[in-house]
Ligand binder design. Structure first.
Ligand SMILES: [Zn+2]
Length: 140
């Protein structure tokens, strides 16, 4: 399952700044690289998105994962749809506790599942609550 992103790169400020030097919405996956039969593979552990500032959002994960891959998006909605696709492709293996959540005011729908909107709304509230904690319990 291709994630359709650039990388992978080290999850450090230096590498993030080198890759994303402007403010843009976008998508990312976090994880680690391993070698098997002379080839490198990337193990996807977390899928995320930034509605506004991909560089800033990625930096919140420094220290929790080794590497990242990313892609920029034209709009936040485009990033949401891609995050949903990545989430459904890898959901069995992910550290993500919740389905991707949309901003409260947006009326976007995940095209890949038929969850009731109210469940997505609840997940949105829970994730927001957890993400505001200093020790983000969403990531290992
Ligand atoms: Zn879905």
């Amino acid at each position: 399952m291709p994630v359709d992103m650039c990388g992978s790169f080290e999850l450090t400020s230096k590498d993030i700044d080198r890759q994303i030097s402007f403010v843009t919405p976008g998508n990312y996956v976090l994880g680690s690289r391993y070698q098997k039969n002379d080839k490198f593979y990337f193990e996807v552990c977390y899928v995320g998105r930034a509605d506004q500032d991909l560089n800033k959002k990625l930096k919140k994960h420094i220290g929790h994962y080794d590497r990242f891959m990313y892609s920029t998006a034209a709009t936040a909605e485009e990033a949401f749809i891609k995050q949903c696709r990545n989430y459904h492709d890898f959901m069995d293996k992910l550290d993500n506790i919740f389905h991707p959540v949309k901003p409260f005011t947006a009326n976007w729908q995940c095209p890949f599942c038929d969850r009731m909107p109210v469940l997505i709304f609840m997940a949105s509230w829970l994730e927001k609550t957890m993400i505001n904690k200093p020790n983000n319990s969403l990531v290992k």
